[in-house]
Write a new protein. Structure first.
Length: 259
């Protein structure tokens, strides 16, 4: 006789029963998340492009020492930025600028800009490096020059430092004595103070060249990897905002009346 086997039946405890959920995002929450995701993605793209630009600058900076070019009578703008060159002229020690708010190894001080009069105009400003703050604003550091005749200098073609915020700028005062203190000036302001045309580029004096102070020139800006990491952080924020929108928009479906 055939006998059907019967499996034992176990009661299901009430805690195991799960209620279903439905996806029901609110309009205001959705708009907020869309705006946040768009902002985060845009900031990430901006940081990524910034990293690409900085990386290109750092590569140009590294290539600048491949060879030494004699500038001769050419304008500084005719060679690549950060290119290492040799240039001849006469240093004007009587009319110098002190770039304020410059930091060297955690110490406050100035960078010294000295005009170099070449055979062919315009005048080229030479950044001779960093000097420490004396501790008193009224007492400026001694940046006297001993060179009285023509000199030949070597260095990189560069640009004036730019401020993070426009409020940090302070052009040289017209009535101030020389050397004139200035903070993140524009080249036109320095030209007006000197009363002569200036090259839009400057010379970053080599560390081993004479007539200089403390200097160890580095590529401008943060390292490219820092910008790329910031981009990934912004994109992570966008993904988290999207994930939070999905999770918080899942509503528990109300259970119907028991039958």
């Amino acid at each position: 006789m055939y006998r059907r086997s019967v499996l034992p039946q176990f009661p299901v405890p009430p805690a195991v029963k799960r209620g279903s959920r439905t996806f029901a995002p609110s309009l205001s929450f959705t708009v907020l998340v869309v705006v946040l995701v768009a902002v985060f993605v845009r900031l990430g793209v901006w940081q990524w492009h910034r990293g690409v630009d900085v990386q290109a600058q750092w590569e140009r900076f590294a290539r600048g020492t491949d060879r030494l070019l004699e500038l001769g009578n050419r304008a500084a703008t005719e060679v690549a930025i950060y290119q290492r060159v040799s240039v001849a002229g006469v240093l004007d020690g009587a009319h110098q600028f002190l770039l304020d708010n410059r930091i060297w190894h955690g110490r406050a001080g100035y960078e010294v800009l000295t005009p170099l009069a070449r055979v062919e105009p315009p005048v080229l400003l030479v950044d001779r490096g960093w000097v420490p703050f004396t501790g008193v604003r009224a007492r400026l550091p001694d940046v006297t020059l001993t060179a009285a005749g023509p000199v030949t200098l070597t260095g990189r073609i560069g640009t004036l430092p730019s401020p993070g915020l426009p409020s940090g700028r302070a052009p040289p005062a017209p009535v101030a004595p020389w050397p004139k203190v200035t903070s993140y000036p524009q080249m036109g302001e320095l030209a007006a103070a000197l009363g002569t045309a200036l090259s839009p580029r400057i010379l970053l004096l080599d560390a081993r060249s004479p007539y200089g102070y403390e200097r160890d020139w580095q590529p401008p800006g943060l390292p490219p990897l820092r910008h790329f990491s910031y981009a990934l952080q912004w994109w992570t924020f966008a993904a988290l905002a999207l994930g939070a929108w999905i999770v918080l928009s899942l509503k528990r479906r109300p259970e119907g009346p028991a039958k």
